[in-house]
Design a protein around this ligand. Structure first.
Ligand code: KG4
Ligand code: ZN
Length: 334
């Protein structure tokens, strides 16, 4: 089965083709970052309108690139949620219209399940069960992935997500939107030991996170110093986050007896996080897996993959399937 995957949950239009025999045929991505940058964050209405403009062109380009035609698509998967409702609607309407026109099945998939299992697109991937740290702009979760579709949420952030803390701190330093990658770049030249930030919630035995206090500490430090200190602040802040995530993951791994850890979601593209986790957990006999950076952030490939797995099992949208701006991962079924 050859499945077209469509991602439009936020500010990235992602398209991909996934096939039972060939695996990932190809993918393409259009980022709206330049469109939203001058507003310092995503403007939902502009995002929806840009998805409308770009989506059909991207699909045609991807098909052309792989010498395929629209009739060669055998199933369509789109992001049903969570995400911006208007943006989701564009992908859903396109997917449903295309499927109806071609007389093929269509399925709305869970954006976070797609992030979680994007690692399965890589040659080096874990086998079930495993533990996953999901770190994106809207989520910070530790999940026990027992099998495909069987997810137990062990803990999550009670306030800001990690990506959000990165973005807000970067914004205060005057870095462009979205700040995460810019803050990470600035941190490259800084001293991570100069400022002492806390490791929130690491004294607790549960798996909950909190990052808004850390963000406030960063804000105060930024105010009390000058721009010459920003690189050191960025490095110290990033190090506090990575260290906190590492401590919490180590505890969850011990508790679940998992020997494999997957880092997923946009913040998973962070190089210090990747390197630190790999080095630390290797010593603990734990294997760490990541998707390539472009599959950590939003993309169509992860949607095509989940869509393919589920459509192949005969799962399709019901006629009354609606979008889900909020959608808990642990309500999914295999
Ligand atoms: O998964 P994603 O693309 O979108 C959501 O579903 O949220 O994650 C986007 C988040 C943003 O907060 C962005 O700043 C952050 O991931 N991010 C990073 C890096 N690359 C992306 N944060 C830190 N370091 C990075 N290299
Ligand atoms: Zn995402």
């Amino acid at each position: 089965m050859r499945v077209l995957g469509i991602e439009t949950s936020c500010d990235e239009t992602g398209i991909a083709l996934y096939d039972t025999n060939q695996g990932l045929i190809g993918h393409t991505l259009y980022s709206q970052i330049d469109l939203h940058a001058k507003y310092g964050g995503v403007v939902p209405e502009l995002a929806s309108r840009d998805h409308v403009r770009k989506l059909p062109l991207l699909v045609q380009t991807l098909l052309d690139e792989h010498h395929l035609e629209i009739k060669d698509i055998e199933g369509v998967a789109y992001t049903r949620g969570p995400g911006l409702i208007g943006a989701l609607m564009v992908g859903a309407c396109y997917a449903k219209g295309l499927a109806y026109g071609l007389g093929i099945p269509v399925l709305g998939v869970h954006h976070m399940e797609a992030h979680l299992l994007a690692v399965m697109l890589e040659d080096t991937h874990p086998s079930y069960p495993f533990l996953a740290l999901l770190v994106s702009g809207g989520h910070t979760q530790i999940i026990h992935v027992k099998a495909f579709g069987e997810y137990q949420l062990l803990g999550e952030s009670i306030d800001d997500a990690v990506g959000e803390a990165f973005d807000k701190t970067a914004k205060i330093m005057g870095l462009p939107y979205p700040g995460g990658p810019y803050l990470a770049e600035l941190a490259l030249t800084g001293d991570k030991n100069r400022f002492k930030f806390s490791r929130p919630m690491t004294d607790r035995k549960d798996h909950q996170f909190s990052f808004s206090g850390l963000k406030t500490q960063a804000l105060t430090t930024i105010r009390n110093n000058t721009s010459a200190d920003y690189a050191d602040i960025a490095a110290s802040f990033q190090w506090a986050i990575v260290d906190t995530l590492r401590i919490k993951c180590a505890r969850a791994l011990a508790e679940t007896n998992c020997k494999q850890l997957v880092i997923a979601g946009g913040v998973g593209a962070n190089q210090v996080l990747r390197k630190t986790f790999k080095e630390y957990f290797q010593k603990e006999d734990i294997e760490v897996f990541y998707p390539r950076p472009v599959f950590c952030t939003d993309n169509g490939a992860m949607i095509a993959y989940i869509g393919h797995e589920r459509l192949n099992k005969g799962q399709i949208d019901k006629t009354d399937t609606s979008l889900a701006a909020r959608w808990a991962l642990d309500t999914l079924t295999p």
